[in-house]
Design a protein around this ligand. Structure first.
Ligand code: FAD
Length: 382
């Protein structure tokens, strides 16, 4: 009888698990992939849309177009998870799994920051980034504040990239001279595991006159001012915020989360519940919350599931490595190669920034859409 594998969440991590397990196991697996969204959107595509580099219609990869015949995609909201019995309740009915993968990501809560919805914009959800595009279209210059409102948050380089892309955007529209850009970050340096990358980003901020406010958060917005965690205030005309991240409510209710996120064995991605893996942003595995790490963890969970289905002892171990592309604006991109191993200090190296890496980043997106959706795609017109 085929092994029933159920994957909750078709993001970076879930798509990788579903693709690999069905490719390797064929008829020996009955794989169900469940997601409530219409389709997948790369995180970096949100910035592309926000800054008008590509139209919204280009960046949505509809789950209805998934071509892998081994994957049974179910469009539904997961409403309950029993990690003991591996029984799932959804708006499309119940599912039972022999092996379960929880890849539900982090939920975003802009309403948790006082004044953010009324007086600012968040750019981390798909809708928020698409709305911010319209706000930017109308923006006539002034004081721009890009800020993080809580930790942890996805893709720690993204706010720095946003500040740099904002400089490019305002310059190209002739608005830079009458604008200021400030970045508020909880981190001490822009890319903590890579001193070289941090130095390059700080140099770019200095070159472009971007104010850097490290080691603080924005706790709320009031009367056109961002209220900082250190008691300070920053007036703004345009506020772009990274909203509060929380484990999805259905995961919290399942009892799987401890101190906010799902703990896993950092080498195997197994939870404390037999037959239940968790990968990506939903976990507290120790890597940053980013797609490249979710995908790497998905690959390891998938290989371990494949071995289990074949009756072998799973041996693949997670190494904690990921390569991130870092936008500096004006088509200059750097590659940061970082490794987070359990119990060790994270390390990272930088190459670039250079226009030569634009093609690399395009290839990164194209390769995944080919692998997961079986079609040709480029993030923007070349
Ligand atoms: C602006 C921005 C830029 C970024 N840039 C990068 C980058 O350049 N590189 C990089 O590596 N990462 C980047 N990221 C981060 C990256 O997008 C995430 O870390 C990554 O998507 C996490 O993968 P995941 O599989 O854990 O979760 P997700 O990709 O978030 O997938 C979770 C899925 O679960 C579904 N889901 C949640 N709850 C339910 C439910 N109850 N029922 C059904 N379905 C549900 C969601 O619809 C979603 O599809 C960026 C993020 C942002 C916001």
């Amino acid at each position: 009888m085929a092994t029933r594998v159920v994957v909750l969440g078709a993001g970076f991590g879930g798509l990788e698990v579903a693709t690999t397990v069905t490719r390797e196991c064929g008829p020996d697996v009955e794989l169900t992939l469940i997601d409530r969204a219409e389709g997948f959107v790369f995180g970096f595509s949100k910035l592309d849309v926000m800054f008008g580099r590509t139209p919204p219609g280009r960046v949505l990869h509809r789950y209805a177009d998934l071509v892998n015949p081994g994957v049974r995609f179910v469009s539904a909201t997961v409403t309950a998870i029993d990690p003991h019995t591996r029984r799932i309740e959804t708006t499309a009915g119940p599912f039972e799994a022999d092996l379960l993968v929880v890849a539900l990501g982090a939920d975003l809560h802009p309403e948790a920051t006082p004044g953010l919805l009324e007086g600012g914009n968040e750019f981390y959800t798909v809708d928020g980034a698409f709305r911010a595009r319209e706000v930017l279209e109308r923006f006539d210059g002034g004081r721009v504040v890009v800020a993080v409102t809580s930790t942890p948050f996805k893709c720690p380089p993204a706010p720095s990239e946003t500040a740099l892309l904002m400089h490019e955007f305002l310059t190209s529209r002739g608005l830079r001279d009458r604008s200021e850009i400030a970045l508020v970050m909880p981190l001490g340096t822009p890319i903590p595991p890579s001193p070289d990358a941090s130095a390059a980003v700080l140099a770019a901020f200095a070159e472009h006159g971007i104010e850097w406010h490290p080691e603080r958060l924005v706790r709320g917005l009031s009367d056109g001012k961002a209220l900082l965690s250190d008691g300070g205030e920053l007036p703004y005309d345009l506020f772009l915020g990274v909203p509060v991240h929380r484990v999805p409510e259905v995961v919290a209710a399942s009892g799987m989360a401890v101190d906010g996120w799902v703990p896993v064995d950092p080498l195997t991605l197994e939870t404390r519940f037999p037959g239940v893996y968790a990968i990506g942003d939903v976990t507290s595995v120790g890597t940053p919350k980013a797609g490249v790490f979710a995908e790497g963890q998905g690959a390891v969970a998938a290989e371990r599931i494949v071995a289990t289905i074949r009756g072998d002892a799973p041996e693949t171990r997670y190494e904690g490595r990921g390569i991130c592309y870092l936008e500096f604006g004006h088509d200059r991109i750097a590659k940061v190669d970082v490794t987070f191993r359990a119990g060790e200090k994270p390390v990272g190296t930088l190459v670039g920034p250079s226009v030569a890496f634009t093609a690399d980043k395009t290839g990164f997106g194209a390769e995944r859409i080919r692998r997961w959706f079986g079609r040709d795609w480029t993030p923007a017109d070349q």
